[in-house]
Design a binder for this molecule. Structure first.
Ligand code: MRU
Length: 337
């Protein structure tokens, strides 16, 4: 990829591209403390389910390195505070669980602070590296679904900016593009924070993939008039039965796609599948501040950040272990067996 969106500084702090300022400004910031990373996650400076997990892991490793005396108690509290930063993306708690287990192993081995910090940093880097590989596998599996000349509709940003690699929903597009197929993208704007218009179009344009942005309200028209071959979105959490939470507006797209006989796919790594959540009704949905909607003073605002698409609307889930089909209760269980 042409872009560089996360990294470590020379002193071991976590470095990230502030996505709230894209596409107008490319500003990098550093997280040295747990509070720095919580603020970045809550404000959506880093966002997208896999990237939230990776960033939290890197932020934890960076903050641990600044502790004079690293204790179990400090780590427990840091993990619990980071885990509360955003509720819907399961990748956050998934990554933090891995970090806790890595720290416990190091403490159990009688390691001092320096070795525990080294273990945390190694684990954070592994989480990032594994996500990079999972994105690539999703891309290779999903590229098979894209014919030369296909047009893909997507929502929000499930590209590189949302992951540690080439993205989830955008990964098949990047791989098809690398293979020499002509693939175009229609990116829904994604109200209220416009991740589709600001971020998806920014990264696709940088990679030379043709992209057209539409306002969310135009999706019905575009899906009805035969311009779209396939809809692919990411997910923040997939329940054990395949119900999938993703950015608000995804559910409506799935219904429209079904109405117009266009296949609707979710693309996600296994770290986004939560076997402990049986159905979509158990997925916690983040409600964000009403100020994001920019309504008139005095108006009440309801601002859920995600919705749940029932499994029955999903033709397949493009995972890092291939494309799985309904019934998802069985195909998801088989992914982990
Ligand atoms: O609120 P955001 O921008 O973090 O929401 C992101 C999404 O909904 C993405 O589609 C999802 O996290 C998948 S990212 C690969």
């Amino acid at each position: 990829m042409e872009i560089n969106w996360i990294g470590w500084t020379d002193t071991g702090a976590a470095k990230y591209l502030d996505q709230t300022l894209l596409p107008k400004q490319e500003v990098y910031r550093e997280a040295h403390t747990i509070d720095d990373m919580i603020e970045a996650i809550k404000a959506l400076r880093v966002r997208g389910a896999p990237l939230i997990g990776i960033s939290a892991a890197m932020g934890l490793a960076a903050a641990a390195a600044e502790q004079e005396d690293l204790t179990h108690e400090w780590l427990r509290e840091a993990v619990s505070r980071l885990a509360d930063a955003r509720p819907t993306a399961v990748n956050l708690v998934w990554a933090l669980d891995r970090m806790s287990r890595a720290a416990s192993r190091a403490f159990d081995d009688g390691a001092g602070s320096e070795s525990v910090v080294a273990s945390l940093r190694t684990e954070a880097q592994s989480i990032w590296d594994e996500d990079t590989a999972m994105c690539r596998s999703i891309g290779e599996a999903g590229a098979e679904l894209l014919d030369d000349g296909a047009t893909v509709m997507t929502h929000c940003n499930a590209g590189a900016l949302a992951t540690g690699g080439i993205g989830t929903a955008l990964a098949p597009i990047y791989v098809a593009h690398e293979m020499g197929k002509t693939v175009a993208v229609v990116s829904c704007e994604t109200r209220p924070l416009r991740q589709g218009a600001r971020l998806t179009s920014w990264e696709l344009a940088k990679e030379g993939v043709p992209v057209t942005c539409i306002v969310d309200g135009a999706a019905g028209t575009v899906l009805a008039n035969g311009q779209i071959d396939i809809v692919i979105t990411g997910a923040d959490r997939i329940a054990a039965n395949g119900d999938s939470a993703n950015k608000i507006g995804t559910y409506g797209l799935a219904i429209l796609a079904r109405t117009h006989d266009i296949p609707f796919y979710i693309a996600a790594p296994r770290s986004t599948i939560d076997l402990s959540t049986p159905t979509g009704s158990a997925i916690p949905i983040e409600e964000r501040d009403g100020s994001e909607v920019d309504a008139a003073p005095g108006a009440r605002v309801f601002n859920p950040a995600f919705d749940v698409t029932p499994a029955s609307y999903i033709k397949g889930i493009i995972t890092d272990r291939g494309v799985i089909a309904p019934p998802f209760t069985d195909s998801i269980a088989a992914l982990f067996s």
